[in-house]
Design a protein around this ligand. Structure first.
Ligand code: ADP
Length: 632
């Protein structure tokens, strides 16, 4: 077939514009030459008569033969075919001839002969679908206009009288004209049985129509059209009452909308949502979603697993009830997101489990949007990092201990080397002097000064070694308490008088007590060690000052022994480190010491279920108090 090129149009010398015009009108246009061959046909013509191929294929084909091919489309085809022969013979314009197609469409046909300088050149046929001619409708019966309009609507529409009988059904409701006419005055049940359709559906429809008649209220219901081989179809049907101005019911209009598409989409969406939630619930992380007011909208199952709280406990609560935290950092991040910051925010928080234990969670916050994009909420994921957190703190603790041990080792080595070097220097120089004195024949009295010095230093070293040994025994838990009933004042008096009255610088330790003595169960060896350390310190750190004092007080369930001095005191910042191994305050200067004594005192006091306390003011003095129960 050649490219469509209308010779007829060429002779009009308006070729292009006519083509365009005919293509753009919403009427079927057919132009024939005098041989009754197709010169032009627009797409609308093909659509009207259900011609499946393009108009170009029919170029120069015979119109009269063509028309036979769609004879079944006309209700009165014979009459129509006759008119195709007759009308062109008259060579006169004919307008608005009514023809009805078998699918119910009403068309109006125009015929226009084409002349060029009195010579017939061809014929124009125009087929107008009635709905495209509102002007025409208006001139006719308005009921027909409405009826036609109702026929053109895509949904099923029917009107029932007050006895639920069909007054009108549109083409979508009953497509066949004859059947439609037959159905007038019948009920839906009668029509359905005539058509051999589902009685159940018909009865349901009738019931709803009757309900609308009785109650004068609209009723909606869903109807499923079950199809054997295809997918079911779904319809939303509604009955509306038509009420007259006097309040009486005039009729009922039943209308149906095909909601199959929505139904499938809805089902697909529900399925996807279900899958989405199943996936969320199978995650190890907690996922929670809030609305714009931070009210909880969703939280997954992991919440129960991680916290032990039931999900129902938090229905309608806010995100802060859930996270139960007073973390301004988290507040800040949430409000930053709500006020329009879109970047995700991370951080850590701790929450309490139902059993009171703590869980450490890493959170990740993002904005979440509602369908209309307007309302922002929070989408949070929380990962349980309790295990890592624990490992991390254990590791940090280990590192800290390691550091402390290293510091302790350094302090110990420094102290030991210092404590041993001094007596060793004294011993070595005394030995050298002794050597010279013996060579020069010095007397026994002259020599003994130096032998005594050697003995003193060896004693000091021995005492020091014993102290060290004691600490190692204490640390190994090898010292066991062995108590006996003891008169406390007598015991303390004896201790003071044996070693400290007087001390080597001539000072004494003064004992004061207001009450009569009491008996207590004590391990005398341990208590002796504990007190000796305090008394020696009191004397050692207050050289040149008043006598140190010991005070004993008895109360109902415990007694206290305090040792007071007016010595150098302890700097405030050092107080927290007292009672730790080898610790010596920064103001000890040349005063010798090992940093062991107070540890021993503390340990022995605690063995008696008591404790030791210290108070001190720099350059004013110190008080060390042992508080012990009578029995333990
Ligand atoms: P040291 O052998 O160094 O005296 P201790 O364990 O007995 O060891 O005491 C630890 C530190 O506590 C001392 O080095 C000292 O700095 C401080 N200290 C203890 N008692 C007194 C006190 N009465 N006056 C001032 N400082 C004291």
């Amino acid at each position: 077939m050649t490219q469509k090129k209308s010779t007829l149009h060429a002779s009009f010398e308006l070729d292009v514009s006519l083509d365009f015009l005919f293509e753009s009108v919403e009427h079927g246009v057919l132009i024939e030459n005098t041989n009754r061959e197709v010169e032009f046909m627009n797409q609308f013509f093909c659509d009207t008569f259900n011609i499946k191929f393009s108009p170009a294929y029919l170029y120069l084909s015979n119109t009269l033969i063509n028309s036979k091919k769609f004879s079944s489309q006309f209700e009165k085809f014979e009459e129509f075919e006759k008119s195709l022969y007759e009308i062109p013979k008259n060579i006169e314009i004919v307008r608005d001839e009514k023809w009805t197609l078998t699918n119910g469409t009403k068309v109006l046909r125009d015929y226009i002969p084409i002349f060029k300088v009195n010579e017939l050149k061809g014929h124009i046929w125009v087929f107008k679908i009635e709905r495209l001619c509102p002007k025409k409708f208006l001139t006719e019966n308005p009921t027909e206009l409405i009826e036609n309009a109702l026929h053109l609507l895509p949904g099923e529409i029917a009107i029932f009288n007050t006895e639920a009988k069909i007054l009108f059904a549109n083409q979508a409701y009953i497509s066949n004209n004859e059947k439609r006419l037959w159905a007038i005055g019948k009920t839906v049940v009668q029509y359905f049985s005539y058509e051999n359709l589902s009685n159940e559906i018909a009865l349901n429809r009738l019931e709803n129509i009757k309900k609308t008649i009785e109650q004068k209220l609209p009723f909606s219901w869903e109807e499923t059209n079950v199809k054997a081989k295809q997918n079911n179809e779904y319809f939303l049907r509604t009955c509306y009452p038509v009420i007259k101005s006097n309040g009486e019911l005039e009729s009922v209009i039943e209308q149906s909308i095909n909601i199959t598409q929505q139904k499938y989409l809805e089902r697909q969406l529900n399925l996807q949502i279900e899958q989405f939630f199943t996936t969320l619930n199978s995650l190890n992380d907690i996922v929670l979603l809030t609305d714009g007011e931070l009210k909880l909208q969703f939280i997954n199952k992991s919440w129960e697993n991680i916290t032990g709280h039931k999900l129902e406990e938090f229905k309608g609560k806010s995100v802060f009830d859930i996270l139960a935290v007073t973390r301004y950092e988290l507040y800040g991040k949430i409000f930053a997101i709500l006020s329009g910051e879109y970047s995700e925010k991370k951080g850590m928080l701790a929450i309490k489990q139902k059993d009171g234990n703590e869980k450490h969670l890493q959170y990740n916050l993002q904005p979440s949007f509602s369908v209309d994009d307007s309302k922002k909420g929070i989408l949070a994921t929380l990962t349980d990092i309790t295990h890592q957190h624990l490992q991390e703190s254990k590791l940090l603790e280990l590192v800290k201990r390691e550091k402390e041990l290293n510091e302790l080792k350094t302090a110990f080595v420094n102290m030991v080397s210092h404590e041993l070097r001094t007596p060793l220097t004294v011993i070595s120089s005394s030995a050298e002097i002794l050597d010279l004195m013996i060579q020069s024949g010095s007397s026994y009295d002259e020599v003994t000064v130096f032998t005594k010095q050697i003995i003193d230093e060896v004693e000091k070293m021995t005492a020091f070694m014993q102290d060290l040994l004691m600490v190692s025994k204490i640390e190994a838990g090898k010292i066991e308490i062995n108590t006996k009933e003891t008169d406390i004042i007598l015991f303390v008096e004896k201790l003071i008088n044996s070693s400290y009255n007087p001390w080597k610088d001539g000072r004494k330790v003064e004992l004061s007590t207001k009450r009569t003595s009491k008996l207590a169960d004590v391990d005398e060896k341990m208590l002796t060690h504990a007190l000796q350390n305090l008394l020696q310190n009191a004397l050692k750190y207050s050289v040149g000052k008043d006598n140190p004092k010991v005070r004993i007080c008895f109360s109902q369930t415990y007694f206290t022994i305090s040792v007071l001095d007016n010595g150098i005191g302890i700097p405030e910042q050092d107080m927290m480190n007292l009672f730790t191994s080898f610790f010596r305050a920064t103001n000890t200067g040349n005063i010798s010491g090992t940093g062991i004594g107070l540890i021993v005192t503390k340990y022995f006091t605690e063995q008696h279920k008591g404790y030791v306390a210290a108070k001190s003011i720099m350059n004013k003095g110190s008080i060390f108090t042992l508080r012990l129960p009578y029995h333990h």
